[in-house]
Design a protein around this ligand. Sequence first.
Ligand SMILES: Nc1ncnc2c1ncn2[C@@H]1O[C@H](COP(=O)(O)OP(=O)(O)OP(=O)(O)O)[C@@H](O)[C@H]1O
Ligand SMILES: [Mg+2]
Length: 215
Amino acid sequence: MITLFGNQKGGVGKSTLAVLFANYLSLVQNKEVVLFDMDNQRSIYNKFQAAQVLENKPLYEVEIAEMEQFETINSIVRERPNLITLLDVAGNIENDNLMPIFKGVDLIICPFAYDEFSVGATIDFAEVVRTLNEEAIIIFIPNRIKTNVKYETLESVNKVLANYGAVTKPIPERIDFQRITTFETPASIIQAVSPVFDLIYNGFINQKLGLWAKV
Ligand SMILES: Nc1ncnc2c1ncn2[C@@H]1O[C@H](COP(=O)(O)OP(=O)(O)OP(=O)(O)O)[C@@H](O)[C@H]1O
Ligand SMILES: [Mg+2]
């Protein structure tokens, strides 16, 4: 199965959560994972390389790929029913190379924040994705939520997003998210992300893994 981390809004945590989810799937769920870094900034791949210098054995492979290579990736990974493929892309919904990706993935994980600009961009993103792909499961993750802030629009935003997919529990804003690697997740972060990842894995991925092969 193929999962995309996407949102046209920048800086919402797409790459961070892609790495943390890959760590979770391999460490907690013992799954075979491959993570494709399709953002030209290569932030995940650089992290992966830096950690590899220390001669650690990686939990999973991180590969660089261009968005144009999606169809090839798609046909290769569909041959492997138990493999979970994660894609990290840059924002920018205007890039035509994103269209085949939106059409071809099974699951879209969309981190967002409750501020006005983030919500607007997130709804636009969901609208485009849903128009192109009626089947894909879309999961919205409220990220970087501050415990001392009252989010006035929370309920109304969740209601709108529910028209497109599921909204998870929030992930808190925590300074230690800066310290994540593709080799391990600090214990304090495992605590913060586990409830959300358990829900996504148990609710949307586990029982469907086989079904998504060779669609
Ligand atoms: N829950 C969190 N708490 C604190 N910092 C976070 C959290 N999630 C992400 N960050 C930080 O926010 C910044 C942006 O995150 P990230 O690069 O994952 O976003 P992105 O959506 O991939 O951005 P881009 O659109 O540029 O690819 C990073 O510095 C990351 O460490
Ligand atoms: Mg990113």
